[in-house]
Design a protein around this ligand. Structure first.
Ligand SMILES: Cc1cc2nc3c(=O)[nH]c(=O)nc-3n(C[C@H](O)[C@H](O)[C@H](O)COP(=O)(O)OP(=O)(O)OC[C@H]3O[C@@H](n4cnc5c(N)ncnc54)[C@H](O)[C@@H]3O)c2cc1C
Length: 423
């Protein structure tokens, strides 16, 4: 494909997440030119970021080269650059270090970003978990705090090895469970002079319970699994402010902790605020049943950025990897229909259930018709669903090796810090 000598329609896909990849790959055999834009040269597998942050998986399992995903797709090109503006009226996308790109069809798959809800100090001191750099920063920070406390024990009382996790949804619970297993199974041996009872892991949730989206029995199971791993749960508590070493709660309590993981909220990519259309809750872009953007039949909102209603149930779909992949594929199919002069079709979500893992052999699953699963069987099902989402067989193989090894041995081989500014 030559971008200068185009005669066929150009589809610009913004974002190489599950949604963007789903759309771009679906267009493989369609008579269009596909241009995929992402600020990274890799696809990020967000559901496993916490496993990079807690040393269970190496970064290469969770980030896969974007270009590799399109090597076998002659009608596609990938550019690593940041989108700076989207002009719906001119049908043009402006980019950080490339000439503007005109489009015939546009796929908006730029995902979501952290929402700190204005909590004082959060933007400066909290650790979010949305990107690979986020995960690596958190990993290095935790390892660094343990090394510092090992050399200066007075730091232990100051909260150097304590971790506060904000948000009792899947991101918060999965992170809490994984930090706990890292601490209780490995750091207990790595740092024999730091007593584990002095290393607090506190999960803070504003609502009355964690895992609000799950049935009561799954919530109880998760609470017990976290308690067994030494995680303290504080519900009905809201974080008011954060400093590098303290977390202040609205109740007045102050938790000494040098690490705060933010898993409490997200909003659509901020670029949508300049689209000139009325946005929904969390700044999400309202999508028509066929996933096109209201008033722009050539633009499709897919994945986390979209406010997408399940046409069967009439409910707004959650921001999940499976929703992103399915909506991306559907947008690709609808673009193919338009190119062939056909009508678009409404999107129908195929719900595989809601699931989350708490630790080794501990997970919860709630099926669409209400059936539930816990324990090892649920952990295995969780693993297979997530392996299916991983982009290539090579990634799957790497993840299986690391998970299997961790399962048998409690070992986490990725717990080293390699810095390029050191000798
Ligand atoms: C910690 C965590 C755990 C999760 N766990 C689960 C889970 O267990 N199961 C599940 O189903 N879902 C889970 N999710 C949700 C799931 O990962 C998301 O719903 C999914 O990744 C959304 O896909 P997307 O393609 O819409 O957006 P993203 O995956 O966010 O992709 C957006 C892409 O756009 C790029 N981009 C953003 N801004 C720009 C810009 N200005 N210029 C250029 N490129 C840009 C980004 O680099 C990124 O590659 C989790 C999410 C997180 C953060």
């Amino acid at each position: 494909m030559s971008e200068s000598a185009n005669t066929r329609p150009r589809v610009v896909v913004l974002g190489g997440g599950f949604a963007g990849i789903g759309a771009a790959r679906t267009l493989k055999d369609v008579d269009v030119d596909v241009v995929v834009i992402d600020r990274h040269d890799y696809h990020t597998f967000q559901p496993l970021l916490y496993q990079v942050a807690t040393d269970l998986l190496p970064q290469s399992t969770v980030g896969h080269p974007l270009r590799d995903l399109f090597n076998e797709q002659p009608n596609a090109r990938v550019h690593k650059t940041a989108v700076t503006r989207i002009d719906l009226a001119q049908r043009e996308v402006q980019l950080a270090d490339m000439a503007p790109l005109a489009y015939d069809y546009l796929v908006l798959g730029l995902g979501a970003e952290v929402n700190y809800f204005g909590v004082e100090g959060a933007a400066e001191h909290a650790f979010p978990l949305y990107t690979l750099p986020d995960a690596l920063r958190l990993k290095e920070h935790i390892l660094g705090r343990w090394e510092a406390a090992d050399k200066d024990p007075s730091l232990i009382e100051d909260g150097a090895v304590n971790v506060v996790i904000v948000g009792g949804g899947p991101t918060g619970v999965e992170s809490a469970g994984s930090v706990a297993e890292l601490y209780r199974n490995l750091f207990v041996k790595d740092y024999p002079d730091i007593p584990q009872e002095k290393a607090r892991i506190v999960l803070v949730e504003a609502g009355p319970q964690i895992f609000a989206m799950f049935k009561a029995k799954l919530r109880t199971y998760a609470e017990k699994a976290l308690d067994k791993r030494g995680v303290e749960i504080q519900t009905g508590e809201v974080v008011e402010s954060i400093t590098p070493t303290r977390v202040k709660l609205k109740s007045g309590a102050v938790l000494p902790a040098h690490t705060l993981i933010w898993g409490a909220g997200l909003q659509a990519n901020r670029l949508v605020q300049s689209l000139g259309i009325e946005l929904e809750k969390g700044n999400r872009v309202p999508a028509e049943p066929d996933l096109s953007v209201v008033g722009h039949s050539e633009v499709f909102a897919v994945g986390d950025i979209g406010w997408i209603t399940d046409t069967k149930k009439g409910a707004v779909l959650p921001q999940l990897g499976s929703v992103a992949l399915e909506t991306g594929k559907h947008a690709g199919e609808n673009i193919a229909r338009l190119v062939e002069g056909k009508e678009t079709e409404p999107f129908e979500y195929f719900d595989k259930g809601t699931m989350a893992t708490i630790g080794r052999g501990a997970a919860v699953i709630q099926m669409p018709r209400g059936r539930t699963m816990t324990g090892r069987a649920a952990a295995l099902a969780w693993g297979s669903v997530h392996l299916a989402l991983l982009s290539t067989g090579e990634d799957r193989a790497k993840a299986i090796v690391e998970w299997t090894w961790a399962g048998f041995s409690h070992e986490r081989s990725a717990r080293i810090t390699v810095r390029t500014d050191e000798t």
